[in-house]
Design a protein around this ligand. Structure first.
Ligand code: G3P
Ligand code: MG
Length: 248
């Protein structure tokens, strides 16, 4: 096998799983993403109070569980009692907050590649980066590839790339300087917010051999346009609408 071809991204990555049709960041949403033809899934990872790596987007539990409390003030043994499916639809009642280990096992067993977005608490950027690195290293035997991303440089500094692991800086605001002169130049993979990009910027980055990924794109026509500009992948909540683009 050609070593350089082991890490391959698809054109679409399911954002928080198939989060338009299932509760985000659950095993159910990852399973549905796979059923929709998705080979890459993104999830958000943060620390519980007792430093378990758990899959949850928001800082606060309120939107998903109705309990107004920061995730970081709860131990995992308490977090795992919350229902994180019911808010979305009664048919998902009983879904629980997975750990990163649960998700890695599920992805490994179901041939899914995983994008782990790390959302650090202030002051815990190094420790969460290191802990994700340790757990990911245990999965390097698997077939799955892993992309580790964050909006935070300190987190990504802890991550080592390998043939199955890449890291990606996420950006939701344009740098004051151009990318070549900015601190972002070190990275090869850029996850950019849809609202900050245009054709000129994408072409500029692609010409520098950067990989441009864009979040969050739910309109297939927009995705096709981005693809024509040279965008490598888009994050979408609606993977079933993107199958035909992948095959084109
Ligand atoms: O990784 C792209 C995207 O997930 C970043 O934004 O807020 O959905 O985690 P957010
Ligand atoms: Mg995310």
């Amino acid at each position: 096998m050609n070593r350089h071809n082991i890490f391959v991204l698809d054109f679409f990555i399911s954002h928080r799983g198939a989060s338009a049709i299932a509760p985000e960041n659950t095993i159910a949403s990852i399973a549905l993403a796979k059923a929709c033809g998705s080979r890459w899934v993104e999830v958000d990872v943060r620390f519980s109070k007792d430093r378990e790596l758990i899959i949850f987007h928001d800082k606060n539990l309120f939107r998903i569980t109705g309990v107004n409390s920061p995730v970081f003030t709860k131990n995992y043994k308490d977090l795992k009692n919350y229902d994180v499916g019911l808010w979305f639809n009664r048919s998902f009642e009983g879904e629980r907050i997975p750990t990163l280990l649960d998700v890695l096992n599920f992805c490994n067993n179901n041939s899914i590649n995983l994008n782990i977005e790390i959302k650090p608490e202030k002051g815990f950027e190094h420790s969460i980066g290191r802990k994700v690195k340790e757990i990911v290293n245990k999965f390097l035997f698997s077939q799955s590839c892993i992309m580790i991303s964050s909006f935070d440089f300190k987190v990504l500094n802890q991550i080592e790339e390998s043939e199955k692991v890449r890291k990606m800086i996420l950006i939701n605001r344009l740098p004051k300087k151009n990318f070549l002169e900015s601190k972002f130049n070190f990275f090869q993979y850029f996850g950019l917010h849809l609202n900050i990009i245009d054709k000129k910027m994408v072409k500029y980055l692609v010409n520098l051999n950067k990989k441009v990924l864009v979040y969050t794109v739910n309109d297939p026509a927009k995705a096709k346009l981005l693809k024509s500009w040279g965008v490598t992948s888009v994050f979408t909540d609606l993977p079933k609408n993107f199958m035909y683009i992948k095959d084109n």
